[in-house]
Design a protein around this ligand. Structure first.
Ligand SMILES: C[S@@+](CC[C@H](N)C(=O)[O-])C[C@H]1O[C@@H](n2cnc3c(N)ncnc32)[C@H](O)[C@@H]1O
Length: 271
């Protein structure tokens, strides 16, 4: 009985310790520990993902092409999506408050023969000179790391960067995606969760924030719902342990993606 109680207390202490705050130190440590080969794999995967295919379509419909578009990615990490924009002719700015992330993205851009401007800054305290300057402001895996009032503030930050005809693309985990919720619960319970505080969004939360910020044109899209089952597929874990390389295929989507997939992508137009 004594042992059992100890085990439970230990487990829950671990859960509490896993709830680290979103700080530059948290991300510095994470970027230090992530192997560089991961960036290349992520880039290959992202370029064939249905999320990217959908983003490409939206950009072409709104702006005609990527050429000379002024684009900023905030909380960019290694800047995977920014590289895809840069490769197609956009002028890219990378912003992150983790020094390690900025070092990492500089190196990653160089390896891919791409150019960008790199800015070390807090997305909630943006330098004034950046405001109103961009056709596109975007983030992938940033907004879910904020709580309380800051959840609105981080969306507002994206909008403040846009020019009159600008578009914000904000990709976050979707609260309605069950495989991700199970994965996160298991990882946190076992003490393996690395990303600190992370709270998925719902469409309803975005709509509420959109109203508060007076956004006129709100749209949603997703990534692949089918692919999100990777979170609970034990074969993938075994494959990783056995170092078997997966084949990366072009993803296909379904109409359910924008409701139930892992990524909920919020598109907001200014003006
Ligand atoms: C999950 S990672 C994003 C990964 C990225 N999308 C990629 O492709 O590599 C979140 C990033 O957001 C950054 N971040 C978190 N809060 C921030 C803030 N307030 N200002 C700027 N960057 C922030 C972290 O430093 C981290 O690099």
């Amino acid at each position: 009985m004594h042992k059992f109680i100890n085990k439970i207390v230990y487990k829950h202490l671990k859960i509490i310790l896993c709830m680290q705050k979103n700080t530059p130190e948290l991300w510095d440590n994470l970027w230090k520990r992530t192997a560089k080969g991961e960036d290349t794999k992520n880039l290959q995967r992202e370029e064939l993902s249905i999320r990217w295919q959908r983003i490409e379509k939206i950009i072409k419909a709104k702006f005609g092409s990527f050429s000379n578009l002024n684009v900023i990615e905030i909380g960019a990490g290694s800047g995977t999506n920014s590289i895809l924009f840069a490769k197609r002719g956009a002028k890219v700015t990378i912003l992150d408050y983790s020094k390690k992330a900025i070092e990492r993205s500089k190196e990653f851009f160089k390896r891919n023969n791409c150019q960008a401007e790199f800015i070390l800054a807090d997305a909630l305290k943006l330098p004034e000179k950046l405001k109103g300057k961009y056709d596109i402001s975007m983030s992938f895996g940033l907004a879910e790391h904020f709580t309380g009032k800051q959840r609105k503030d981080i969306i507002e930050s994206h909008l403040s960067l846009l020019n009159k005809n600008g578009l914000a693309i904000i990709s976050v985990p979707n609260k309605m995606n069950l495989p991700y919720r199970i994965h996160k619960f298991v990882m946190r319970t076992l003490g393996f969760w690395k990303f600190g505080e992370e709270y998925p969004y719902t469409r309803r939360e975005f709509i509420r924030i959109g109203k508060l910020l007076n956004i006129k044109n709100i749209r949603f899209m997703g990534d692949s719902l089918i692919n999100s089952f990777r979170f609970i597929n034990p074969w993938l874990l075994i494959r990783r342990k056995l170092k078997i390389k997966p084949k990366i295929k072009k993803e296909k989507g379904t109409f359910l993606d924008s409701y139930l997939s892992y990524s909920l992508v919020f598109l907001a137009e200014k003006g």
